[in-house]
Design a binder for this molecule. Structure first.
Ligand SMILES: Nc1ncnc2c1ncn2[C@@H]1O[C@H](COP(=O)(O)OP(=O)(O)OP(=O)(O)O)[C@@H](O)[C@H]1O
Length: 299
């Protein structure tokens, strides 16, 4: 179980990854404490898979560093065993049966928990003799999740695990994911475009956009620290400097603006009606700001 002294699950300093001339991650500083279910969100090509692949040791930084659970990713066999990874397309061996996958897992992983694997396979209704190549997308995802969890990792990493699943299968998958995280006392990172899923299972958010982290933190604190205001242009211009205006949308033909701002609620102008911010509004605001350079302006 992680505690206050546990090292961060992810700690990046100046982390940069380039593929040839393309920069996937640019000078990222990030600290994610242990014991969280982290939602990694951002548009296509933002660098999410790249960050997850770096965290698993599947690729190396171009510069800067990334520590996972306090050490370099996949630095040795012991560290490898502390991290479980479920890739985007939940790959399985098509010609092997479900039971073969568990046998293989047992042979390859010193920390393998066969009882956990068999129990979960039964719970999700997978038939041990069935060939993995004949499983539906949802069943394949459940098998991949079971294998990752049965290694009893401290960190489970999922790259868009539920994207191809129907709403019911996705719901079940996310329930199982949370059960595993609780049972193992693990942390989890989950990249997803489905903000409803993130709101449902995650308690920490990282928004990646334009190869950079735009905002990161525990979701309750992030939501409490952002506000929607309806202001006149003059009021917008007079907002205290310590309020960060993330985005503005014109209302009433430009006479008023709907602004999403970050800062202490005590700094908000008393005249401006303020409202709470949803996770979706927060994510979209940071994505909008990152992709529209004028979004940073108060004008
Ligand atoms: N192996 C590679 N070779 C060259 N470029 C790559 C490679 N992998 C990723 N990229 C590029 O790096 C950038 C980030 O890609 P990445 O797959 O990390 O984004 P993503 O946020 O996971 O996207 P998506 O949501 O579409 O899965 C993109 O511009 C992509 O084209």
């Amino acid at each position: 179980m992680p505690n206050e002294q546990s090292p961060p699950v992810l700690q990046a300093q100046g982390l940069t990854k380039r593929y040839g001339r393309r920069t996937a991650l640019r000078d990222i500083d990030l600290t994610v404490p242990a014991g969280r279910v982290i939602g990694l969100v951002g548009p296509n090509g933002a660098g999410k898979s790249t960050l997850l692949h770096l965290a698993c040791g599947l690729t190396e930084p171009t510069s800067g560093r990334l520590d996972v659970l306090g050490a370099r990713p996949a630095s040795d066999a012991a560290h490898l065993a502390r991290v479980g990874f479920v890739a985007q397309d939940t790959p399985v061996y098509g010609s092997l049966s479900v039971a073969d996958h568990l046998r293989l897992g047992a042979r390859l992983n010193p920390t393998w928990d066969q009882a956990l694997a068999e129990r979960r396979i039964a719970q999700v209704g997978l038939i041990p003799t069935q060939k993995a190549g004949r499983l539906s997308g949802g069943q394949r995802a459940q098998l991949a999740l079971t294998i990752a969890a049965a290694t009893r990792p401290e960190l489970l990493i999922f790259d868009e695990p539920a994207a191809a699943l129907d709403p019911l299968a996705r719901d079940r998958f996310l329930d199982n994911l949370l059960e595993f995280v609780t049972e193992l006392g693990a942390s989890a990172v989950l990249s997803s475009h489905l903000l409803g899923d993130v709101a449902r299972v995650c308690d920490h958010l990282v928004v990646l956009c334009d190869s950079r982290v735009q905002v990161a933190g525990d979701i309750p604190e992030l939501l409490a620290g952002h506000h929607r205001l309806v202001l006149t242009r003059g009021e917008l211009d007079r907002l205290p400097a310590d309020l960060d205006v993330v985005t503005t949308v014109d209302q009433d033909g430009g006479r008023r603006v709907d602004a999403l701002v970050r800062g202490d609620a005590t700094a908000l102008p008393p005249t401006a009606p303020a409202g709470p911010v949803t996770l979706e509004e927060l994510v979209l605001a940071y994505m909008t700001r990152a992709t529209a350079p004028t979004g940073r302006s108060r004008r």
